[in-house]
Structure formats: C-alpha cells, structure tokens
Design a binder for this molecule. Structure first.
Ligand code: C2E
Ligand code: CA
Length: 546
C-alpha cells in the first residue's frame, strides 16, 4: 500500500462514525497509558539523570530512557490526536448545523420552508393561544411570476423572489414567521389580538405595496405584484396549521381572480367557488381541442345611417356539462391556466372563415387578452393566421382593453405599431374606467375608442355618466379618434347619444350576439353575404371547407 493511503474496513464503510469513535477510544487509552507510564518512568529516570550529572552514580538505565522517549512520543501523538479530534468535532457540528439549516430553510431566500413551517407555526400558535391571541395565516403569491421567468430568465426570477422575501421580512413584526412554500408562494404566520384584525389587514396592504415597488435587475427594472389570502384561528380553538394554510390558499386564489394585487379573507363559500373554478379549468382544457368554443357575433352600427359596419366576435363555450357559458366565466380561467393564446387563435380562425363570406366592407373585431399582448410573437402569430385564412388585414380590428395600458406601455406600444404596420386597426376597448392618462393615449396609435358600456347603460339615470361620455367624445375629437358607444339597450339612450355627435354603436337594441349561422342568415336578408347561406347541419362543414 502506498504511503498515505488508507484502508477502509467493511465496518468503516458501513458505519464510518462507529469506526472512527472506536479508534478514538483506542487513541485515548494509548495516550492515557503513555501519560501514566511517563509519570512512572520519568519518576525513576529523572533522579538517575540528576545523580549522574552531579557525579554520583553510573547514569540512567538506557532501556528506561528509551521507554521514556517512547512515552514522550506517545503523549505528543495523543495531544495531536486530541487537537485533530476537537477540530473534527467542531467541523462536524458546523456541517450538522448547516444541514439542519438547509432542511429547515429555503436556500434562495433564507425563509423557513414547507418542511419546517408546521412545527414553527404550532409553537407560535400554542404561545399565542396561551395569552389569548389569535393567529393569522397570510398566503402570498407573486402575480404572473412565470412570465418574469419566461421573459427575463431564471436569474431575474430568483432576484425578484429574493427581493420580495426581503421586503416581506422587513415589514413583519418580530414574532411573525415567514416561509417560502415553493415557487413564488410565501406564507406569513403571526399572532394578533382578537379585536385587531385591522392590524392584519394593514400588514397585508403594506406587503402588497412593498412588493409592488420595482426591483432593479442589472439594467432592467422588474415589476411584480402579489395577491394575498388570509385565514385566522377562532378564539379558544386549536390551530390546525395545514387546514389554515389551505384556507388562506383558497382566499389567495379568490384575490387573484378578482384582479390580483389585493388581499381577501377566507370565507366558507370560497371553497365551492374554488371547486367550480377547477371544474371550469378542466372543462376548458378538454373543450379546446374538441371545438367546444365558438364565436358569436354582435353587430356594430353606424348610428347615423343605422347600417351595419361590422361585427364584434364574442367567445362562447358550448359546454356539454354547463350549457352555453359566457366569456366572463372562462376567459379569466383560460388566462390563469395558460391556454388563452391557443383558445383565442382557434376562435379567430373560425371567425375569419365566417367573415370571409360576409360583404367585404364589413369588418371583424376581436378581443385580445392582456396576457396575449405580453407575448412578443403575438403580432406575427396573428399575421400568420390572416395569411393562412387569406383574409385582408384591413378588415380586422383588434380590441385592447384599457387595463392593458397599466402593465407595460412600451410593449403595448410596439405591439400596436406592428399590428398597424400590417394594416390591422386597433381599438381601445372599455374606455373610461381604467384611468389611462391623456399623455399615454397620445403616444399610443389607436384607431378608435370604445366607451365602456356601463356609462352608456346608465346614461339616462346618472348625470355623471353623461358627463363622462361627453368628455370621452371631446377627448376623441381632440385626438382625432372615432368613437364607438357600447351597450345601447333602447331607443331613448340612442336618441340621447345622437345628440352628442356622430359615432358607431353596439348593443342589445340591435340584437343579441348570434352564432355564425344566424348571423349569415341575417346578412343574407340584407344582401350582405357573398355566398347563399347553407342548411344549418351542413353549414359548419362548408364553413370549414371555405
Ligand atoms: P366586451 O368586449 O366589453 O364585450 C361586450 C360585452 O357586452 C359582451 O358580453 C356583450 O354581450 C355585452 N353587451 C353588448 N351589448 C350589450 C347591451 O346592450 N347591454 C348589456 N348589458 N350587455 C351588452 P360578453 O359576450 O359576455 O363578453 C364579455 C367580455 O368578454 C367582453 O367584453 C370581452 O372583454 C370578453 N371577451 C369576449 N370574447 C372574447 C375573446 O374571444 N377573447 C378575449 N380575450 N376576451 C373576450
Ligand atoms: Ca370588446
């Protein structure tokens, strides 16, 4: 065996710790024996040496001297082994502490992790209960975190998570616990006095505000928001940590569905709502490839002449289980589960096939989700669909809701510009409730403004609505943008609107949104169809073949 090599016995391999401690005991025994012998030997050798030095005696026994030297070597060996052993123990303790830390804490943020939060929360709940306090469980989830990862890379995602954790930590009272439960999900657990739920709410608001501040990542500013769900223990009741976290999670999803960047307290009915949402999510996933999503069409009218100028496509879900479902139910779910692009593209393809048989002067408007606008390839995808359908881009109008403008104006601007470069027109939808600034509007090259239907519907009963409509009309004139009024339900509203000026309108006064075959039938009567409508049974097939 080469020098320095070590043999590892089978026993060491099975239990290195046991092998080492056995050797340590032997070392300790040898060192102790050496010290005892050194004391004994030294006791007889030293007087012999002293006597020989003063010339009284024949000198020390060589055998005893050798034994003494061996003793000294063994003592030194024992001391060095002791020193190594102490260093090894310190090292091992450090490694064990690190391992414990790694199993209890999240490596990226330093927060407690899912494994350790249960025990820490139980201890906190026990202490809180003993002094009559309740415990709040706040579940926090970064909004659209996946997108930051996808667009800016994982290093940016990690930076955002680290910064969010730090800001949350700094805002917490000393007793509170903070855990990262995985991905972009955090939990805060804290005691509070029974009458002070307002303190918990203030904390949730502060966390939401702090995380919403931009985060610097190299030359970029990353932006995110968080949604929070809160549950709390009941007075005198023991805390079931997992159940509380589950309730807070349900409340957090509720907050997300209600627009994100907000908090919600858990309420019992949220559980059934959650079940319904999961059912819708599963149905949407299943229904897209099965062609259950169909376009309906709402007429767009020139209010002055009363003639049809085009149609807005409105999605419907023909669900085998739920019947005909409106988009307000399934679009947010499709956005949430990441299938909105696929769903929208399938609907637009169907709508282009339908609209190709309409009179070429009729336009087709489609609604685009803010989620799709964040896709840098959106304009290219739309162009591809248009080319495949051989549909003139100038007949297509894309409706973008005002809320999109708050997200990333730069991205929205470049997207609108590339759509316009292709000849597609872009309308600003639901205008009036999103508080977009005038300067923003001026820099975004929209072709039209659509007044939010809530103002039109309340025009006759609410003075403010009339004022708002008039100022939107004035704004449109100032910016040179034509206006469409949505939600015209009766003649009285129409008459009032006409007093304000000339524009386009939509609403139930002109009929409800209709499926393709009924729209075709109506257009045929008005002589606005290229080919005669076909029997309903054959229509789908023929439309597909066009
Ligand atoms: P929106 O773009 O504001 O569409 C107008 C909504 O108002 C439609 O509801 C329409 O049926 C309804 N409406 C029209 N006239 C009247 C009226 O006179 N009175 C009343 N009370 N309501 C009227 P719908 O079809 O349920 O659509 C709701 C929203 O869903 C749409 O609002 C649009 O933002 C979204 N949406 C629809 N289809 C799609 C789609 O394919 N993709 C995306 N991303 N969103 C869509
Ligand atoms: Ca619309």
């Amino acid at each position: 065996m080469a020098q320095g090599e070590m043999t590892v016995t089978a026993r060491d391999a099975v239990s290195p710790r046991l092998g080492r401690s056995n050797r340590d005991i032997v070392t300790l025994g040898v060192a102790s024996a050496a010290i005892i012998l050194f004391v004994g030997n030294g006791g007889s050798v030293l007087p012999q040496i002293v006597r020989s030095m003063v010339g009284d005696g024949s000198g020390p026994d060589r055998l005893l001297i050798n034994a003494l030297l061996l003793n000294i070597a063994l003592v030194i060996f024992g001391w060095r082994r002791y020193r190594d052993l102490s260093a090894e123990i310190a090292e091992r303790r450090k490694a064990e502490a690190l391992a414990r830390d790694l199993t209890e804490h999240d490596a990226l943020t330093g927060c407690l992790n899912r494994r350790s939060i249960g025990a820490a929360a139980s201890a906190l709940a026990t202490t809180a209960k003993a002094r009559g306090d309740l415990v709040a469980f706040i579940m926090l989830d970064l909004d659209r975190f996946k997108q930051v990862n996808d667009v800016n890379g994982h290093a940016a995602g990690d930076c955002l998570l680290g910064e969010a954790a730090e800001r949350i930590r700094q805002a917490l009272p000393p007793e509170a616990l903070l855990a990262r439960l995985g991905g972009d999900e955090f939990a805060v657990i804290l005691p509070f006095a029974p009458a002070r739920t307002d303190e918990v709410e203030r904390l949730a608001e502060a966390l939401i505000a702090k995380v919403a501040q931009p985060v610097q990542f190299g030359d970029f500013e990353l932006e995110t928001t968080i949604s929070a769900g809160i549950s709390r223990t009941e007075p005198g009741q023991p805390a079931d940590i997992q159940a509380q976290l589950h309730m807070a999670d349900i409340a957090m999803y509720h907050a997300k569905r209600n627009g994100r960047n907000r908090y919600a307290w858990f309420e019992a009915n949220m559980e059934s709502e959650q079940r319904f949402q999961s059912e819708v999510a599963a149905g949407v996933r299943r229904g897209i490839p099965l062609g259950e999503f169909v376009p309906y069409y709402e007429k767009q009218i020139d209010l002055e002449s009363g003639s049809i100028t085009g149609f807005e496509m409105l999605a419907r879900w023909n669900s085998p289980k739920l019947g005909m479902v409106n988009p307000d139910i399934f679009i947010p779910v499709a956005e949430e589960i990441g299938v909105i692009g696929e769903l929208s593209e399938s609907l637009i393809r169907q709508a282009l096939r339908d609209a190709k048989n309409w009179d070429p002067k009729l336009t087709l408007s489609v609604n685009i989700s803010p989620v799709q606008l964040r896709d840098p390839w959106f304009a290219q995808k739309l162009l591809k669909i248009l080319v495949e359908a051989n549909f003139p881009p100038s007949r297509l109008d894309v409706e973008v809701t005002e809320s999109c403008l708050h997200e990333n104006v730069g991205l929205v601007r470049s997207l609108i510009t590339s759509l316009k470069n292709q000849g597609i027109t872009v309308s600003l939808d639901d205008f009036g409730s999103g508080y977009s600034s005038l300067s923003q509007l001026r820099t975004l090259p929209f072709d039209r403004i659509k007044i939010n239907r809530s103002f039109v519907m309340s025009l006759l009963d609410d003075k403010d609505s009339a004022t708002i409509i008039q100022s939107i009309i004035a704004l449109g004139e100032g910016l040179g943008l034509p206006i469409t009024a949505e939600g015209i339900e009766n003649e009285a509203v129409l008459a009032e609107l006409r007093r304000f000026g000339k524009f386009k309108g939509q609403g139930y006064l002109y009929g409800f949104p209709e499926p393709a075959d009924r729209t075709e039938a109506e257009l045929a009567q008005l002589d606005l169809l290229l080919e005669a409508p076909v029997a309903p049974a054959a229509s789908a097939q023929q439309r597909a073949a066009r």
